[in-house]
Design a protein around this ligand. Structure first.
Ligand SMILES: *[C@@H]1O[C@H](CO)[C@@H](O)[C@H](O)[C@H]1NC(C)=O
Ligand SMILES: *[C@@H]1O[C@H](CO)[C@@H](O)[C@H](O)[C@H]1NC(C)=O
Ligand SMILES: *[C@@H]1O[C@H](CO)[C@@H](O)[C@H](O)[C@H]1NC(C)=O
Ligand SMILES: *[C@@H]1O[C@H](CO)[C@@H](O)[C@H](O)[C@H]1NC(C)=O
Ligand SMILES: *[C@@H]1O[C@H](CO)[C@@H](O)[C@H](O)[C@H]1NC(C)=O
Ligand SMILES: [Cu+2]
Length: 682
C-alpha cells in the first residue's frame, strides 16, 4: 500500500515537473532551434522537430503584470501585449507570432500539433508556400487534404524542406485571424543562393510578419459583416505581433501616455542585411512597407528570386512575401520602419504602424520624430491599383533572377481557363433568407440590393465537402461537387442571377501546362489575394481595362491579340491579385499530383466561399495515403438493420403530442430553403 502510494506520488511529481519543464522548454523565444544554422554545401540534412500546442489564450493577460507601465514586464514569458487591447487569441506554445521554423534546404520538418483549444474546435496547419511535392497529405487544408484535427487529438506533419525561401505557416481557417501564425524560412547554402553576394547577413531576427488586426474574435467580425454591418475596417496594424492602439495613462509619471512596445531591429553601419517579410493580413488591405532614409533592394517574392529592384516602398497583399536587402549606410542613428494600410477603407492617412531600426552605437539616442520622412526613392513595387510607369513596378514589370544572361522561356499552354473572382450581388441564402430577409427589395432589381455581396469564383461559392477530397473522395456524393469546366460552359448565366454553391473542382491532367486568365470585374474597388497551394504560378500578364470590366470583354480583347503575354524570365508567385476591372494571366506546369486549394486569402472571403480546388492527376498518380491516416465525415445515421436499439412500439399521434416519428426532420425540410446546388461529376 505504502509503496504504491509512493510510486503514485513520484509519478505525479515527475509529470508535474515534466509539465513545468515543457512549458519553459517550448518558450525559448530567444534561443533559436538547433536547425537554424549556416546551410552547407554539400548539404548536411537534419530532422527538425517541433511541438505545437494550440490553445485559446488572452492578450494583456495577468502574465503581463505591470505592462506597459513597466516596459520590462511586457517582455515577460507568456505576456502577449499585441496592441494593448485585451481579447481572446489562439496561440501556439503561448506565443504570438508562434514559433519561427528556420531550416536548411533538404532538412525534414516534423511538427506535432496538439489541439488543446478549450472551446473544442478543430484545427489544421497549412505550410503556406511549400509545394508538398510527394506529400500532398501534409498540406493542412481541413476537408481538402485531411480531416481537421479534433480537440484533444494531435497530428504530426512531416515533409521535406524543398521549396526554398520565405514562407509561413498558419491555421487554415479563422484561427489564423485569431493568432495561429508563424514564419517558415528555408535557406540555401551560399553556393546555391543566387543573391548570396548581395548581402552580409540573413539573420533569424530579421524575419517579419506584418499584418492588420481586429480588436475582437474573427467570428465576431465575420458574423457582423455577413449578418449585421459591413465593417471591413481593421483596427490596427502589427509588426511581428506588436503595435499601438490603446493609450494608457501613467499616473505615477505626470499622467504621461504610454503604449505597448513596438518591434525593434538592430543593424551595424556598413553592413548589408537580408530582411524577410510576410503578410498575414486578415482583411482586404495591403500593407505598404518602407524605412525612412533607406532604399530597399527587393530580391525575392513568395520564395522565388527576382532580379534586384531598388525601391522606396513595396506593397504586400495577404499571403504575399517579399525579401529585401537593407544597406545600412545611413548615419548612425535610429530610423522608423513603416507599414501603412492600402487599398482598404482604413481610418485615414494615419493608419500605419512603426518599428524601430537601431544602428549599433545609437541605442542611447532619443527616438526620431514619427512624422514621415521622405524616402530617397520614389519607386514603388506591387502597389494597389496603379498603372505601371518609371516609378510604379507591378509584378509583371519584375523578372525572375536567372543565371547570367540566360533566357528562360515560359512553357506553351495546353489549356486556358478564363475565370472570375469577385464579390457578387446575389441572394446568398447563407446570409439572406429569401423570405424572411431577402437581399433584394424588389426581386431581380439590382438597385434595391441590400444583401451582403458573395465572395465567389466563377459565380459559385465554394462549399467544403463533408470528408476530405484527397483521401475520401470515394465517400462523397457527386451532387456536392461541380466541375469548373461545366460551371463555365453551362451555368454562368443562371449563377449570375441566383446563388450557386458547390465543391468546385478544376480537374487537370498530370503534366499539362495550365493557363488561367483571372478576371476581377470590379464590382467593388478591392483586391482579392488569390493563393495557390502546391505550386507557384508563372505570371505572364497583368492589366486593367477600366473601373469595371467583364469576363467576355477580357476574352474578346485577348482573342483580338490586345493582351500581350511575356515570354521569358517571368516572375513566379504563389499569391497574385488581379486589379479590379482587370486581369492577371498565370501558367503552371501541372506536375505535382494532388487536390490543391486555390482561394482568396482575405479571411472573411475564404470563409464565405471564395475558393476552388485544382485537382491534378487522378488517383493512380497520387502517392499512397499514409498508413492509418485519419478518416472523418459523412452523414451517419443508424439503419434499421444495424440498429442495436430495441424498437419500441410507436406512440399514437395523440398520446405523444406530435405527429410522426421524425418531427424535426419534417420541420427542417419544410422550413429550410436549399441553395442551388449544381451537382456534376468532376
Ligand atoms: C519592472 O519589472 C521588472 C520585472 O519584470 C522588475 O525587475 C522591475 O523592478 C520593475 N520596475 C519597476 C520600476 O517596478
Ligand atoms: C492625473 O489625472 C487625474 C485624473 O484626471 C487627476 O486627478 C490628477 O491630478 C492628474 N495628475 C497629474 C500629476 O496631473
Ligand atoms: C537610393 O537610390 C537612389 C537611386 O539609385 C540613389 O541615388 C540614392 O543615393 C539612394 N539612397 C540611399 C540612401 O541609398
Ligand atoms: C548557374 O550557373 C552555375 C555555373 O555556371 C552552375 O553551377 C549552376 O548550377 C547554375 N544554376 C542554376 C540554377 O542553373
Ligand atoms: C484591340 O485594340 C485596338 C487598338 O486599341 C482596338 O481598336 C480594338 O477595338 C481592340 N479589340 C477589341 C476586341 O477590343
Ligand atoms: Cu477576396
Amino acid at each position: 500500500m505504502a509503496s504504491s502510494r509512493f510510486a503514485l506520488d513520484a509519478i505525479l511529481k515527475t509529470s508535474l515537473m515534466y509539465f513545468i519543464l515543457l512549458r519553459i522548454g517550448v518558450d525559448s523565444r530567444t534561443d533559436a532551434h538547433e536547425c537554424f544554422r549556416t546551410c552547407e554545401w554539400p548539404p548536411n540534412p537534419m530532422i527538425c522537430r517541433y511541438e505545437f500546442t494550440v490553445e485559446w489564450y488572452y492578450s494583456m493577460s495577468t502574465s503581463c503584470f505591470d505592462c506597459p507601465y513597466n516596459m520590462t514586464d511586457c517582455t515577460r514569458p507568456h505576456c502577449i501585449p499585441i496592441n494593448g487591447v485585451p481579447r481572446g487569441i489562439v496561440t501556439i506554445n503561448m506565443q504570438f507570432p508562434g514559433p519561427s521554423i528556420q531550416v536548411c534546404e533538404f532538412d525534414t520538418i516534423e511538427v506535432k500539433v496538439n489541439n488543446e483549444m478549450v472551446n473544442e474546435e478543430s484545427i489544421a496547419i497549412h505550410w503556406h508556400g511549400i509545394h508538398q511535392r510527394g506529400t500532398p497529405y501534409m498540406d493542412g487544408v481541413p476537408l481538402v487534404t485531411q480531416c481537421p484535427i479534433p480537440y484533444r487529438s494531435s497530428f504530426t506533419y512531416r515533409f521535406q524542406a524543398e521549396t526554398v525561401g520565405t514562407h509561413f505557416w498558419h491555421a487554415h481557417g479563422q484561427a489564423r485571424a485569431n493568432g495561429a501564425v508563424g514564419s517558415l524560412i528555408i535557406r540555401q547554402a551560399a553556393a546555391a543562393e543566387i543573391h548570396s553576394q548581395l548581402y552580409d547577413y540573413d539573420l533569424h531576427e530579421h524575419v517579419i510578419i506584418m499584418q492588420d488586426w481586429i480588436n475582437q474574435l474573427m467570428i465576431d467580425r465575420f458574423t457582423k459583416i455577413f449578418y449585421g454591418v459591413l465593417d471591413l475596417l481593421p483596427d490596427s496594424l502589427l509588426i511581428n505581433g506588436k503595435g499601438r492602439y490603446r493609450e494608457f495613462i501613467d499616473e505615477s509619471s505626470n499622467n504621461q501616455s504610454v503604449y505597448t512596445p513596438r518591434e525593434v531591429f538592430h543593424v551595424q553601419r556598413g553592413k548589408r542585411y537580408r530582411f524577410r517579410t510576410i503578410s498575414n493580413n486578415l482583411m482586404d488591405c495591403l500593407v505598404e512597407v518602407s524605412i525612412d532614409h533607406h532604399n530597399l533592394t527587393i530580391i525575392a517574392s513568395d520564395g522565388a528570386p527576382l532580379q534586384p529592384v531598388e525601391a522606396g516602398a513595396y506593397d504586400m497583399i495577404t499571403g504575399e512575401k517579399f525579401d529585401f536587402i537593407l544597406d545600412a549606410s545611413a548615419e548612425i542613428g535610429k530610423y522608423w520602419m513603416r507599414i501603412k494600410g492600402r487599398g482598404c477603407p482604413g481610418p485615414g492617412p494615419g493608419f500605419e504602424e512603426l518599428a524601430l531600426l537601431v544602428y549599433e552605437g545609437a541605442a542611447g539616442l532619443p527616438d526620431p520624430p514619427e512624422i514621415e520622412q521622405t524616402n530617397p526613392l520614389e519607386v514603388i513595387v506591387n502597389p494597389f491599383n496603379r498603372k505601371s510607369s518609371e516609378f510604379v513596378k507591378n509584378i509583371i514589370d519584375l523578372s525572375a533572377a536567372v543565371n547570367g544572361t540566360e533566357q528562360v522561356p515560359v512553357p506553351e499552354a495546353d489549356e486556358t481557363h478564363y475565370m472570375v473572382a469577385d464579390l457578387e450581388l446575389v441572394n446568398n441564402n447563407d446570409y439572406n433568407h429569401p423570405v424572411y430577409n431577402p437581399a433584394f427589395g424588389v426581386k431581380g432589381d439590382l438597385s434595391t440590393y441590400k444583401g451582403v455581396p458573395s465572395p465567389q469564383i466563377n459565380h459559385v461559392s465554394f462549399k467544403l465537402p463533408s470528408s476530405p477530397l484527397l483521401t475520401q473522395y470515394q465517400d462523397l456524393s457527386e451532387f456536392e461537387m461541380c466541375s469548373t469546366k461545366s460551371v463555365l460552359a453551362h451555368h454562368q448565366e443562371r449563377c449570375e442571377n441566383e446563388h450557386c454553391q458547390c465543391t468546385q473542382v478544376l480537374h487537370v491532367e498530370l503534366g499539362k501546362v495550365v493557363e488561367i486568365v483571372l478576371v476581377d470585374q470590379g464590382n467593388f474597388k478591392l483586391a482579392h489575394a488569390m493563393h495557390i497551394h502546391g505550386y507557384r504560378f508563372q505570371v505572364l500578364a497583368q492589366g486593367k481595362l477600366g473601373e469595371k470590366t467583364t469576363l467576355d470583354e477580357v476574352k474578346r480583347q485577348d482573342k483580338a491579340g490586345n493582351i500581350t503575354r511575356r515570354t521569358h524570365n517571368v516572375p513566379h508567385k504563389d499569391t497574385v491579385f488581379p486589379t479590379y476591372g482587370g486581369y492577371v494571366i498565370v501558367r503552371f506546369v501541372a506536375d505535382n499530383p494532388g487536390w490543391w486549394l486555390f482561394h482568396c486569402h482575405v479571411s472573411p472571403h475564404l470563409t464565405a466561399g471564395m475558393a476552388m480546388v485544382i485537382r491534378v492527376g487522378s488517383d493512380k498518380d497520387l502517392p499512397p495515403v499514409p498508413r492509418n491516416f485519419p478518416r472523418c465525415g459523412g452523414d451517419w445515421h443508424q439503419d434499421d438493420i444495424g440498429s442495436t436499439v430495441p424498437i419500441k412500439p410507436a406512440p399514437t399521434p395523440n398520446s405523444a403530442g406530435y405527429n410522426g416519428r421524425y418531427p424535426m426532420l419534417s420541420l427542417a425540410v419544410g422550413g429550410c430553403v436549399v441553395s442551388t446546388i449544381i451537382g456534376m461529376l468532376v
